[in-house]
Design a binder for this molecule. Structure first.
Ligand code: URA
Length: 231
């Protein structure tokens, strides 16, 4: 692989910036200053240092974010802040995007990646990837409401698929869906004449929201988490 390609794919520097840094002697390969941007190297073996920083090459990155209130699940928005603003610039340069959507006021677990294939697989209705949400609603939920939610309710002409609802009180609990229609939980609660007042995603497939992440904080997935997601 070319040295400048490696640096640009890692979101470190554009090809032009790489060429400039190489000319300035700021890039070394295995401790030797690089001479040319088209220098060939093996990312698995060769050690690249750019401006004093060791570069670990990877084509794909997988980031868990604890989404705060008020951010939209997008890479750009004319009006509201977007979740990718919470990540370092280099992830954005690598083309990281949110895998699925959470509403602007929904909190919690969000996966961001530049792996389009994995994202597609996780979101495909064919795969029924379960997602759990802790919720609070305005009015007490009756046993009939829970049965209706679990069996399927009409949200604007669509009957939702069976799901599970576990109450932790009259007005709060956890709902686990295997599908993801737009505003689904909000609309499901409206279908039983209720109203969501708090919604936080806590799981996404095999991923669990890391309790050490404060709102707005992120971390890369561990190798085990990536493997369990891709399995
Ligand atoms: N359902 C909703 O209504 N909102 C979300 O953000 C996620 C699921």
């Amino acid at each position: 692989m070319r040295l400048d390609k490696l640096l640009s794919e890692c979101g470190i520097a554009s090809r032009k910036e790489s060429a400039r840094a190489i000319r300035a002697g700021q890039v070394t390969v295995n401790g030797i200053p690089a001479q040319k941007a088209d220098q060939q190297l093996d990312p698995a073996v060769d050690r690249v240092v750019y401006c004093g920083r060791e570069i670990r090459y990877r084509k794909y990155v997988y980031v868990m974010l604890n989404k705060p209130d008020g951010y939209v699940s997008a890479t750009e928005d004319g009006k509201d802040p977007v979740v990718t603003e919470l990540l370092p610039e280099e992830y954005r340069k690598m083309g990281v995007f949110p895998c699925g959507r959470l509403d602007k006021h929904t909190l919690g677990l969000m996966l961001l990646t530049n792996d389009g294939q994995l994202s597609h697989r996780l979101l495909s209705p064919k795969h029924h990837v379960p997602k759990s949400y802790a919720f609070r609603v305005k009015f007490p939920l009756s046993a009939q409401d829970v049965t209706a939610l679990e069996t399927g309710v009409d949200i604007g002409g669509y009957i939702t698929k069976p799901c599970t609802v576990t109450l932790d009180g009259e007005r709060e609990g956890v709902i686990t869906l295997t599908e993801g229609k737009y505003h689904q939980i909000k609309l499901m609660m409206e279908a039983v004449h209720n109203q969501i007042t708090y919604l936080e995603r806590t799981t996404f497939g095999t991923l669990l929201l890391d309790q050490h992440l404060a709102r707005g904080e992120w971390r890369e997935l561990t190798d085990e988490e990536i493997q369990s997601l891709t399995r």
